[in-house]
Design a protein around this ligand. Sequence first.
Ligand code: ATP
Length: 187
Amino acid sequence: MSGSSIRELPNIIIAGTPGCGKTSHAELLAQQCPELKHINVSEFAKKNDCIEGWDSERDTSIVDEDKLLDLLEPMADKGGLILDWHCCDIFPERWIDLVVVLRCDNTVLYDRLEKRGYKESKVRENVECEIMEVLLSDARESYDPQIVIELRSENVDTLDQNVERICQWIDMWKHDHPDGISDRLPQ
Ligand SMILES: Nc1ncnc2c1ncn2[C@@H]1O[C@H](COP(=O)(O)OP(=O)(O)OP(=O)(O)O)[C@@H](O)[C@H]1O
């Protein structure tokens, strides 16, 4: 674990059930706030050899979380990351300033996942996960609930509005922290 550091930009997690629109939001946000860096965590893990196996039941890769966090840490210390991953609870609290949990109507989500060619059991598992608000509960348990916001992501209008809202939040953060923010101690 590194010593304390000052970051001049916030780190933001964009979480949500697969298909909710994390990457769509993160890409648009990075376009509108070019000082932030979008990390698609699944792709980052694959590119940086952080995959330790395959979960055949869930039809997905198993990520070596320790290795992933070690690689991300220097970037997180500097700040300005948009962390785009379905799972948000692995990132240390001291890194994170805002957690956006995207939510999606079940039928819309079902259609999106089906279009991707996911097998029926994987579509069902993800839609159930959305119905049970699993990601939202994880986020609220893992971080101060005051930094967790829930945003709907059913259509392009909500996507634009959400990104605008996050950009406004970033401007406020910069205004409130003109000298940056030092690492919060682990709690
Ligand atoms: N708010 C939205 N309005 C319209 N289409 C959307 C919206 N959000 C996502 N989509 C569409 O849904 C599909 C899935 O979106 P996206 O890849 O951004 O989701 P994701 O949460 O990043 O998924 P994964 O976790 O599997 O990477 C894409 O085809 C995208 O265009």
